[in-house]
Design a protein around this ligand. Structure first.
Ligand SMILES: O=C(O)CCC(=O)C(=O)O
Ligand SMILES: [Fe+2]
Length: 365
């Protein structure tokens, strides 16, 4: 026997992800072992998403359904958000991250019960093997105490903490952030109608579920990595119906995990939004739509800026399996209250936040 035959087999390689769905081990497959899976992210044109023709809306739904079943990701082309607004947004975000750390820390997320405001470099850690996520961020939530929010009349304000959103001093920043928030929210509500068609549901199925959505808009700055072991944001899946990521600079870094355990690049394409399925859609569709694992690694030596918008149901909505996704083999899930599930996930990802420590002491998480 040749000596090499007695050498131990190389260990199989796995990608291990600690997401909210528990620990996922994905084997990295090569050669003939590979399964059919995606290697690119498709582009879908949304210019006719509000067309008066059901046929045209259904044609878009078909492409969305195919992308959401296959990779859970797509690029939205012709989303209708103006170039001018995106440019102004990029400028105010660049100005914000250029402020002194001391100034940014005045609105640190630890001062907000809902974890909104500024989060510094390495504060979150989505991948245990890393020293933390090499990014800084500013997040706003849907907060009825902000007058720009236009909270629906009759909303029970007492259920929302008063120390939610926090804003930097620049009035321009807040104005532009809200203007963009309104634009992505409007697109998201229309996209939900397309998603309903893609799942063979009534087109208005989701309408009442997003009266006051638990959405969060988060500007993120990924400086060039310091070491090859760093990640911008560790591998994870999103807790949302879906997420719209606007890659504001031409710096690549977003990667999506396919079924063979290979990372597929989702580089910036000017004037598009990356749309990805989140856990609420995956759960309620019984896995028909996939909430795919992704990460950001900035190996370019350049600054990277992006702004994900996480669009979720209203807090009181009960998440149940969509009627069109229940089969003999795949039964209906036990319903969960969207707000409880989302809050638990948010806090678990921030082990040092005072709200996490308090929730743990109460035995809630
Ligand atoms: O920055 C990006 O491109 C994506 C960020 C992301 O996946 C997240 O914040 O959940
Ligand atoms: Fe994400």
């Amino acid at each position: 026997m040749a000596p090499s035959a007695t050498l131990p087999e190389p260990e199989p390689e796995y990608i291990v992800v600690h997401g909210g769905k528990g620990t996922i081990r994905r084997a990295i497959l090569h050669g003939a072992n590979q399964k059919p899976t995606f290697s690119t992210i498709p582009q879908v044109d949304f210019s006719q998403m509000s067309s008066s023709s059901l046929k045209e809306r259904k044609a878009i739904a078909e492409q969305v359904g195919s992308a959401f079943r296959n990779s859970g990701f797509l690029y939205a082309v012709n989303h209708g958000i103006s170039r001018d607004l995106q440019d102004r947004l990029t400028r105010v975000i660049q100005e914000f991250f250029a402020l002194d750390e001391e100034e940014k820390m005045k609105i640190h997320v630890n001062k907000s019960e809902t974890v909104k405001g500024y989060e510094a470099l390495l504060e979150t850690k989505l991948d245990d093997k890393t020293r933390g996520d090499y990014k800084e961020a500013f997040a706003k939530g849907d907060d009825p105490y902000d007058e720009e929010q236009n909270a629906p009349p009759g909303l029970d304000m007492s259920r929302y903490p008063k120390n939610g959103n926090q804003w930097p001093a620049s009035p321009e920043f807040r104005k532009v952030f809200y203007e963009y928030n309104a634009a992505v929210q409007a697109f998201s509500k229309k996209l939900l109608r397309i998603v309903a068609l893609a799942l063979d549901l009534d087109e208005g199925f989701f309408d009442h579920m997003s009266d006051f959505p638990m959405a969060s808009l988060r500007a993120v700055h990924y400086p060039p990595q310091e070491t090859s072991a760093d990640v911008g944001i560790g591998a994870h899946a999103d807790f949302s119906w879906f997420t719209l990521v606007n890659q504001l600079t031409d710096t690549p870094g977003l990667e999506v995990l396919n079924h063979n355990g290979h990372w597929v690049a989702a580089p910036p394409i000017p004037n598009t939004l990356v749309v990805n399925v989140g856990d609420f859609l995956e759960m309620a569709s019984n896995g028909v739509f996939v909430s795919t694992i992704h990460r950001v690694i900035n190996k370019t030596g350049k600054e990277r800026l992006s702004i994900p918008y996480f669009f979720s149901p209203s807090a009181d909505v009960m998440i149940e399996t969509f009627p069109t996704c229940i089969t003999e083999e795949k039964k209906a899930m036990v319903p969960i209250r969207a707000g409880d599930w989302q809050r638990e996930r948010l806090l678990r990802a921030r082990y040092k936040h005072p709200s996490t420590i308090a929730a743990r002491a109460r035995g809630e998480i």
